[in-house]
Design a protein around this ligand. Structure first.
Ligand code: BGC
Length: 616
């Protein structure tokens, strides 16, 4: 995903303000309504007392202590009516084809970008595969005792906040189709799958009792992956915050979330560590935690902790508690549980080019990096925030005690980069210093202006779908960026390794194609794959950066947050009616690249397709 300085939501963000203003009467449940009620008539019966109610004078929250079925039903009532998939029991896999339909010589795969790496090989233990996230693929959102997350709530209750008004209720229905999906991964020769666990599926209220059926589901997912020989790369949290924790204390704006997250994380780790190859505590805290900077929930739900409508206070509190939660889990895992698997978290960050050779633009680049990667850089530095954040944000940035800094420092075994694109940064016209001193400045606090065109006005690359306007195909950025992280920004991490934990592309207007023939030859995504993979390999083989893994986003088309189901990121197409999956050309581009550069014996012949000028 894009750095937090650029807006990921496309048109959806712009719709938000008016949707929110218009929305209270359409939620249909009591405590959000701002409609004036008639003055109540108080009966004169002596057994009644009366008072003056004023919800906005609330100063504290009510503890979450009721974990009954009724309370769960209340939470789902808060979300609204949920759609159920046609397939709603776990499906046994049907046999995979021995050879998949794939690109032929009339339009071969995209040829190599970098000839110097054409014969470079990856080591046997190089970890690669495809990625997804629970909310985006699972569907079955209210099945088998699951509680709602904020991302079940938002599409249903935040009017027009999803560009195509879709929900994640069914998505790709992975909850019931995982056996078929795993069989497909195996048949394609994909050695690892990076997926996430849904916190409210296993602990429906975020705290309190564990949902036995949710656990039984993931037990079977892990067992099935192991049976198929697929390595599990697991993220504990990918933005699906339990709604009950929002209701109760404002979720990531309260320190209470730390203990609840840690408890959840320990449950999952203790149960599944034996299956897992790599642990990630968090997905992209830079979007904290999708997303407190505009704290929509503060408008839809009561906003605690003095947050009001959100903004910087919410964003930096969220970051703070996320870092504490991450570090506590890491230290427990290594020092108490004595876990041996590598653990980190995934960072959303991108290569930033200066708009000119001026010192001011160079400083703008540094500030974008500080406010993005640096914000969560404590594990690779001294455990604290960068000085530029502290001097600009003052009291808006919470402080760590020395003990907390010591806990954060060193709390990640490698750097995980979700590096999708690039940006150009310039100093603002009124200068960085004036901006940094004025919290009302439109560019505060980063005080850099980012663009997706070079100084001459030409775009930095081919653009993506209108639902992902932040995303430009810029393969030339990832190679210098990886060197920059390893050698300049976080040198301590260089020897430990860098995993490109997500990268991917959304072909423009793909959802408007209505035949498989149009959909399957996804040229921009295939080109993106080849360009990024070659540049990542060049960083490793030619520039000496210790890249230890690569994961493509996404296993298949899914629910793309505020852009909904119609912005497609899949290497496989998903027919949303039949739920059939079809590998696109980009999948073959990806697999053929690993066949050429990997030593992995699992890359099978049934995926081989002609590449560029090399006639089969
Ligand atoms: C996120 C995914 C998202 C993808 C494309 C990544 O940063 O982790 O959840 O779908 O970007 O926007």
């Amino acid at each position: 995903m894009a750095p937090s300085v650029s807006v990921k939501l496309g048109g959806a963000t712009l719709l938000a303000a008016s949707a929110l203003a218009a929305s209270p009467s359409s939620y249909g449940y009591g405590h959000n309504s701002t409609t004036a009620s008639p003055t109540p008539t108080i009966t004169s019966d002596a057994s009644y007392s009366s008072t003056t109610f004023n919800a906005s004078a609330a100063s504290t929250y009510l503890p979450l202590t009721d974990f009954s079925n009724e309370q769960l039903a209340f939470l789902w009532d808060q979300v609204g009516s949920i759609s159920t998939a046609a397939i709603h029991t776990t499906v046994s896999p049907t046999p995979e084809p021995s050879v998949y339909p794939k690109p032929g010589y009339l339009h071969p795969l995209v040829p190599a970008y970098i000839s110097e790496v054409e014969s470079a090989k990856l080591p046997e233990d190089f970890l690669w595969g495809v990625a997804s996230a629970a909310l985006q693929v699972e569907g079955a959102v209210d099945a088998e005792g699951k509680g709602p997350s904020v991302w079940d709530f938002i599409p249903h209750r935040w009017v027009n906040s999803i560009a195509d008004n879709s929900t994640a209720d069914v998505a790709a229905n992975q909850y019931y189709l995982y056996k078929q999906d795993n069989a497909r991964l195996k048949a394609l020769g994909i050695p690892a799958y990076s997926f996430t666990i849904s916190w409210p599926r296993v602990i429906p209220f975020g705290k309190g009792p564990v949902n036995e059926r949710g656990i039984a589901h993931y037990d079977d997912v892990f067992a099935n992956m192991e049976a198929n020989g697929i390595k599990s790369v697991v993220t504990l949290f990918h933005w699906d915050t339990p709604l009950a924790l929002f209701n109760s204390y404002g979720a990531w704006t309260s320190r209470d979330i730390v203990a609840d997250y840690v408890r959840y994380a320990k449950l999952i780790i203790e149960r599944y560590d034996k299956y897992v190859t790599v642990w990630y505590t968090f997905n992209e805290p830079q979007y904290c935690n999708w997303r407190f900077s505009n704290y929509p929930y503060g408008t839809l739900l009561p906003s605690y902790n003095g947050i009001g409508n959100g903004g910087l206070k919410a964003e930096f509190l969220c970051g703070h508690y996320t870092l504490l939660a991450h570090a506590e889990v890491y230290q427990w895992y290594k020092n108490v549980y004595k876990g041996t698997k590598p653990m980190s978290f995934k960072n959303s960050a991108n290569w930033i080019l200066p708009n000119s050779t001026s010192a001011a633009d160079a400083e703008a680049v540094t500030r974008v990096n500080d406010f993005n990667m640096g914000w969560f850089g404590g594990p690779w530095t001294d455990g604290d925030y960068p000085a530029s954040l502290r001097s600009t944000l003052g009291d808006l940035l919470p402080t760590f005690t020395q003990a907390e800094k010591d806990m954060i420092k060193g709390s990640a075994d490698f750097y995980a980069l979700d590096g999708y694109t690039a940006n150009v940064a310039a100093a603002p016209p009124n200068g960085i210093a004036a901006c940094a001193a004025n919290a009302s400045d439109p560019n505060y606090p980063t005080c850099a202006v980012t663009a997706t065109t070079y100084a001459d006005g030409f775009p930095i690359g081919p653009n993506s779908d209108p639902g992902a306007t932040w995303l430009w195909s810029t393969p030339g950025g990832i190679r210098p960026y990886l060197s920059f992280i390893a050698n300049k920004y976080f040198p301590k991490v260089a020897s430990k390794g860098i995993v490109v934990s997500e990268f991917g592309f959304s072909d423009p207007y793909e959802s408007s194609f209505d035949t498989l023939a149009q959909i399957l030859w996804d040229l921009r995504r295939a080109d993106y794959m080849q360009g990024y993979l070659d540049n990542i390999l060049a960083a490793r083989a030619l520039d000496g950066v210790n890249i230890t893994g690569i994961f493509a986003w996404a296993i298949y088309d899914n629910f793309e947050w505020n852009s909904g189901l119609s912005t497609k990121f899949g290497l496989q197409y998903v027919n949303l009616t039949s739920q059939e999956r079809h590998p696109k050309a980009s999948m073959f581009q990806f697999l053929n690249w690993f066949k050429l550069h990997g030593l992995d014996s699992t890359a099978t012949a049934n995926i081989t397709a002609p590449i560029g000028h090399k006639r089969m």
